[in-house]
Design a binder for this molecule. Structure first.
Ligand code: 3PY
Ligand code: MG
Length: 259
């Protein structure tokens, strides 16, 4: 089976930088896969597309060097199984609020006897190659999102879930849950504290810590703090930031006065 480059990077102490797709263009997915990210995540929770399109996006990501990941909409095993069968090498599951949620999520990602994933790896056999079924459980990554007050409260018990590879912070939902505003730069103090708590819980349990970030600066700061897997905003944030810079440059005058 094809090894997971992200898993290999993290197990050697490196940090992976992940891109996040909210739009439905396979061309953009392919371009981001060639842009230098370690993985590209297809967002089935808030992305502007459904499962059929997500499968095309996973194919497009696989045309470049980045590893195909997906954020499922919930821990519904039907959708998780389909994304894995379509070749996702990592699943990021939103709204894990309890150890029971985490167990259900992990079970959906692993074949029996470790879990309850049903057999039928269509495209995953093409991407993963020979040995997929035997290697899948030790290769594919399961990331539980901590993004609610109950999830934060139960973070140590969630981190102890057998078979879970990492905790992944959802700073925007966490901000809302903690009475702050989502999408703030700099992020609110409540979220900063949660980033520290969740990092410690993951590493104390011997698993990885990942997070969504508003931008690359916050991603670099959280990498320095110890995060193993960072996402510097979604595709639209990258597009807006690039557009802003290009406009600024285009409208600058040689003497710096602007117009
Ligand atoms: C959050 O910040 O809540 C997320 O789910 C990241 O997209
Ligand atoms: Mg969220």
């Amino acid at each position: 089976m094809r090894a997971s480059a992200v898993r290999t990077l993290l197990s050697g102490g490196g940090t992976a930088v992940n891109a996040w797709l909210s739009n439905d263009s396979p061309y953009v997915a392919e371009a981001l896969s060639h842009a230098g990210f370690d993985s590209v995540t297809v967002d089935l929770q808030h992305g502007m597309f459904g499962v059929d399109t997500a499968i095309r996006l996973l194919q497009a990501i696989s045309a470049g060097p980045a590893e195909p990941f997906a954020r499922c909409p919930s821990h519904d095993p039907a959708v998780i199984g389909k994304l894995l069968d379509a070749g996702a090498y990592g699943i990021i599951c939103p709204g894990i609020d309890s150890p029971a949620d985490a167990e259900a999520f992990v079970a959906a990602c692993r074949y029996p006897p470790a879990g309850r994933r049903s057999f039928g790896p269509g495209r995953a056999l093409l991407y993963g190659g020979p040995g997929y079924v035997d290697g899948a459980d030790d290769t594919l990554m399961a990331w539980a999102m901590i993004e609610s007050a109950p999830g934060l409260e139960a973070v140590d018990a969630i981190a102890a879930t057998p078979g879970l590879d990492g905790l992944f912070v959802g700073p925007n939902d966490l901000a809302l849950a903690l009475g702050a505003r989502p999408g703030q730069v700099p992020p609110p103090a409540e979220v900063e504290r949660a980033w520290e708590t969740i990092l410690r819980a993951a590493h104390d349990a011997g698993i990885y810590a990942g997070t969504f970030c508003p931008d690359g600066e916050v991603a670099a700061r959280l990498t320095a703090l110890g995060y193993d897997f960072v996402t510097p905003g979604n595709d639209l944030a990258l597009l807006r930031a690039g557009a802003r810079l290009a406009l600024q440059d285009s409208r600058a005058t040689p003497n710096g006065t602007g117009y």
